[in-house]
Write a new protein. Structure first.
Length: 389
């Protein structure tokens, strides 16, 4: 099974909405690395399966469920099947040439600008551009990414004369299949009026910074951007300093503060995540350390726990029949540990062998915190992924 190959440009089509919203984000993100995100790796795997199915005219169910293919769950296969079927339906509606994982060259618009389209259909006077998305937050088909892909395909097929371009987002996990239509002239005007000026500014001497929830969400500099701090943190601090006691605030004043709280909370969460990642990577953040967060016990093996709890209950209360003991400790899965302690007593020796206490999530804390330093183990990679989510 071939791994999907990515082509990258730091302001490529997938980043254009952010670049247009905040041209300064390009230079601000340079030199900042982030570990692989679970959601991104998952999406990459599903795009690989989508490519295989579209190129081979197959469905996910046509492939094994063991070996290398075991990485795809039943939900994964169903999601990819939805996208494949949607493409097949489009081919029925717009018969023509199906292009899969095709490179698009947009260097006529800006040096280095390239991309790769999941799928496209060239059908007479119609060009259909399809982008598979496997996230759960709906994405509009009017995204700059799809428009850029369409422009690249218009250049590649300049010898054809298209009347319309149909841009489609196929997003099965969000139950979202969005479509929008453009004329070639509309796309060219968008490129000249928005895309190209934003890219020129981003690579110019003094790009604008324009922090916003949309622009900052996937920007690598979101936690260290001084402009974002000024807009979100300093602004709310000033607003609170100028405000009277909360009990005297009017409803309109509260309404004015609420949107600032949302931006402030998102900003501070990004700062905390950044500091946590720095400390986990062994880089100091003055005054802070990583400690083990709270962890809750769980049954090491539910089946073994059922047998062990039943046996312990019969020993403690021999008057109870074995069948009744099984019922008392079973609720589809073993009863909760708290319920078992009420039934058997907190000090019952069975708990030592039947429960495990997972390592707590890495948690940012002041150096004065009495808890010991977080012990770096093989679980650190999982911890880094958890921070990304």
């Amino acid at each position: 099974m071939n791994e999907r190959v990515e082509k990258h440009f730091e302001a490529g089509p997938s980043k254009l909405d952010r670049v247009i919203a905040c041209p300064g984000s390009v230079v601000a993100s340079r030199g900042i690395t982030e570990g692989p995100m679970l959601a991104a790796e998952h999406g990459k795997r599903l795009h690989t399966l989508l490519e295989i199915c579209l190129k081979n005219r197959t469905m996910p169910a046509d492939y094994p469920t063991d070996g290398d293919w075991a990485v795809y769950s039943a939900d994964d296969r169903d999601a990819v099947e939805e996208v494949v079927q949607h493409v097949r339906d489009l081919l029925d509606e717009f018969p023509g040439e199906l292009l899969v994982e095709v490179d698009v060259d947009l260097t006529n618009y800006f040096p280095g600008l390239i991309g790769r389209v999941d799928a496209a259909i060239v059908s007479g006077k119609t060009l259909v551009v399809i982008d598979g998305k496997f996230g759960r937050v709906p994405v509009s088909a009017e995204t700059a990414q799809l428009k850029a892909y369409a422009l690249g395909l218009l250049d590649a097929y300049a010898y054809l004369s298209f009347d319309q371009i149909i841009c489609i987002i196929a997003q099965p996990f969000a139950h979202h299949f969005d479509e929008t239509r453009f004329s070639p002239d509309e796309l060219l005007l968008w490129a000249a009026g928005l895309m190209v000026p934003a890219l020129k500014e981003a690579y110019g001497p003094a790009p604008r910074f324009n922090p916003s929830p949309e622009a900052c969400k996937y920007c690598r500099a979101r936690a260290v951007c001084a402009v974002r701090k000024a807009v979100h943190y300093d602004a709310i601090a000033a607003a609170l300093n100028d405000a009277p006691e909360v009990s005297l605030l009017s409803a309109s004043e509260i309404a004015e503060l609420l949107p600032k709280f949302d931006n402030f909370e998102a900003y501070m969460n990004d700062v905390r995540d950044f500091a946590t990642r720095e400390l986990l990577a062994g880089r100091p953040v003055t005054g802070f350390k990583i400690v083990e967060g709270r962890s809750v016990r769980k049954w090491a093996d539910p089946n073994v726990a059922l047998d062990g709890l039943t046996e312990a209950l019969i020993r403690k209360r021999p008057e109870i029949a074995a069948s009744e003991a099984v019922t008392l400790v079973t609720v589809k899965a073993p009863i909760t540990i708290t319920a078992a302690e009420k039934l058997l007593g907190r000090g019952n020796p069975c708990f030592a062998s039947l429960t495990v206490k997972p390592q707590g999530k890495p948690t940012l804390a002041p150096e004065s915190d009495v808890r010991p330093l977080f012990a770096a183990t093989a679980a650190v990679a999982d911890a880094l992924d958890a921070v990304d989510l």
